[in-house]
Design a protein around this ligand. Sequence first.
Ligand SMILES: Nc1nc2c(ncn2[C@@H]2O[C@H](COP(=O)(O)OP(=O)(O)OP(=O)(O)O)[C@@H](O)[C@H]2O)c(=O)[nH]1
Ligand SMILES: [Mg+2]
Ligand SMILES: [Zn+2]
Length: 346
Amino acid sequence: MAKSEGRKTNNAQRGAGENELKYNAVASSVPSVNGNRKERGLVIRNTGNYYLVRTADGTDILCLAKGNFRLRGIRSTSPVVVGDRVIIERSSDESAYIIEIEDRKNYIIRKASNLSKHSHILAANIDLALLCITLRFPETTTVFIDRFLVTAEAYRVLVHLVFNKTDLYDNDDHAYLNDVIRLYSSIGYPCIKTSAETGEGIEQLKALTKGKITLLAGHSGVGKSSIINLLQSDVSRKVGKISDYHQKGMHTTTFSEMIEIEGEGFVIDTPGIKGFGTVDMTTQEVSHYFPEIFRFSADCRYYNCLHLNEPGCAVLKAVDEHYISESRYQSYLNILEDVNEGKYRS
Ligand SMILES: Nc1nc2c(ncn2[C@@H]2O[C@H](COP(=O)(O)OP(=O)(O)OP(=O)(O)O)[C@@H](O)[C@H]2O)c(=O)[nH]1
Ligand SMILES: [Mg+2]
Ligand SMILES: [Zn+2]
């Protein structure tokens, strides 16, 4: 396994909710240097060069990042991300700087595009990621779902799939939706049907997100901000106007933001993402992040089988016999291809 932080620690997979929500319980006094005050805080928003940091006493402070936070092993477009636990330094002239990032328990990272060498971390230290999916208006493909899931597996982030806008589906859509849900549930990913319009599934989401730090991700226009608006009553998030709204998203949310929800917990609203390039894995590793492919691969004749056309491949046999879905296998090939391309390029 390639070394990069985030994978070292953690296991949201085994039990969510371990994230220290009560950041004020964390010792907030850090020895001061040169008379400057140092405090611990949680990054709740990032706009341009500025970060909004919530400190132990609940105050939100606008900070700049000081120094070079290039993270080991990854070239990221932003050094500090929402969800980071940081140490800030406030000087007497009221300016404030982030001077240290605490080790991350996990994060969700993606490449801006397959060709891009730069990666983008959506958020760090999350207990749960909700991948918001619409089969129509706009369409979310299984390849997109699988790319997200592979990254979440690699960085050990627990994922539930949220199928939104069920109120817009006709009978055929519902039949297809149920097939997709059957597939992902059988692999082990919990699925929830929701509608921000009728309120279907919202109580279930409230119970699920309670006491956790939850990331909402997905294409633009799938309804992430609309769902968040139903999870908390204080603030109203901007959602795309229906009148402007066609098949594609409007990119209404433009930066990630952490929002406190009723009944304790935080949800992170993120801007819609078009593609999801996977980051930093070897060809051998790819199958490890498809749980069902990994299970069958134990019976392949060759230990280094890539399940392409090798003799005695148990995965190909399972695809033939429909124990592994064709769409998941196609996603596997698709990701394998990127990984190979990445290798030839560098
Ligand atoms: N019919 C219906 N419309 C919905 C539902 N959820 C969201 N919408 C509408 O879909 C549009 C997009 O919703 P947003 O909440 O802005 O979507 P988003 O995922 O936050 O999009 P970005 O911020 O661009 O990433 C808005 O017009 C919402 O009113 C739903 O369950 N049913
Ligand atoms: Mg939004
Ligand atoms: Zn094989």
